[in-house]
Design a protein around this ligand. Structure first.
Ligand code: FES
Length: 362
């Protein structure tokens, strides 16, 4: 039996002022709670991915993890009803001469339930087979009454060209997927932003898993098509991009690059201008994810700031052989680079993390 290790946490009256707090003694993290006149202490490290339980909240007698909301009884350390086999260590406390003492030798051990891994969490290994191309249309529209999207027209032309060249193709239209906004797990802590995405793991109805599957596991080439909206990419593009933070964040927190040997290219159209601003944003973001770009990595079309006759814009793109040819050539360059990358298998050095996101995380 191990000797108790009593430690003075300080004046009980001061510690009682907060219903829940995170304390660290040496290497031991503690979630100390004070509820209905009594103290209780459990481990301050959540079983899930280590969230600081003492920085969460109290829901009755349960401590709620601030990261993804797992719950543990504040005194027993057991998970909420139905999840009692999931538990964190609990500690004894006592009050002596007005001071709160804790025995750092836990009374119970941590117990974890083995949760089945999400399918996206599998090892990233390119399945054998020919080149695979994913197209993502970010145009917003009412799926019940679809309209012509010029960026989607050109995306389809590029995908048709890929299919004719023997590649497998997959088209994802964001407006057909139901998915939640990024809810800011990364903003709580870089380690709270998980791969697979926390939302994807918690919400089986969220359909962004299709985008993750295509980007991380399936495709060799990704073509993103967007309209220009007030000088920026579409709102659905940004909604997707924020959710892709979990892909980039793996590089930040684990030095784990999920995107390897993959090519990205872009199609940008807008009745008005700012092609360069939109493409610059796309190149920056997909570059940070780890994609590589073909020579001349985008095609674009804009009739300029004063062109408000949108019907003519649609007609012009529909009738333009030049734009269709441009979309096909963009695909040709992308397939060419993807083929070269697969043949060359770039070295670990080429694929290492780097750039301004390279600060080491503890
Ligand atoms: S719920 Fe605690 S770290 Fe995820």
């Amino acid at each position: 039996m191990t000797e108790p290790q009593w430690h003075d946490l300080g004046p009980a009256a001061e510690l009682a002022a907060k219903p829940l707090q995170q304390l660290t003694v040496g290497r031991t993290r503690i979630a100390l709670s004070h509820f209905a006149g009594t103290f209780a202490a459990i481990s301050g490290a959540c079983n899930h991915v280590g969230g600081p339980l003492g920085e969460g909240s109290l829901e009755g007698e349960y401590v709620v993890c601030p990261w993804h909301h797992w719950k543990y009884h504040r005194a027993t350390g057991l998970g909420e009803p139905g999840y009692e086999h999931e538990s964190v260590p609990r500690f004894e406390t006592r009050i002596d001469d007005g001071h709160l003492w804790i025995n750092l030798e836990p009374v119970t051990k941590r117990q974890r339930i083995t949760h089945p891994a999400h399918p996206l969490a599998r090892a990233i290994e390119r399945a054998p087979g020919g080149l695979r191309v994913a197209g993502i249309s970010t145009t917003a529209m009412d799926p019940a009454y679809p309209r012509v999207s010029t960026s989607e027209l050109l995306l389809q032309a590029s995908l048709d060209h890929a299919a004719a060249a023997g590649a497998e193709i997959r088209l994802l239209k964001l407006h057909e997927l139901t998915f939640r906004h990024c809810e800011g797990y990364y903003s709580k802590s870089a380690h709270a932003c998980t791969w697979p995405c926390s939302i994807t793991q918690m919400d089986p109805t969220d359909q962004l898993d299709q985008v993750y599957e295509a980007l991380v596991h399936w495709a060799d080439v990704l073509v993103v098509a967007t309209p220009i909206r007030w000088g920026a990419a579409s709102s659905l593009y940004f909604k997707m991009a924020e959710r892709l933070n979990c892909v980039q964040n793996q590089t930040t927190i684990r030095n784990r690059v999920l995107i390897k040997n993959k090519v990205a290219a872009f199609i940008v159209t807008g009745g008005q201008d700012n092609v360069q601003g939109v493409v610059g944003q796309l190149l920056t973001f997909f570059g940070e994810l780890g994609f590589m770009f073909p020579q001349f990595p985008f095609i674009a079309h804009s009739r300029g700031w004063s062109a408000e006759d949108m019907e003519n814009n649609v007609r012009e793109v529909q009738q333009s052989g030049e734009l269709k040819e441009g979309a096909e050539q963009l695909m040709g360059r992308s397939l060419g680079l993807a083929r070269d990358l697969l043949a060359a298998q770039p070295s670990a050095e080429t694929l290492a993390r780097g750039g301004r996101k390279a600060h080491r995380m503890s």
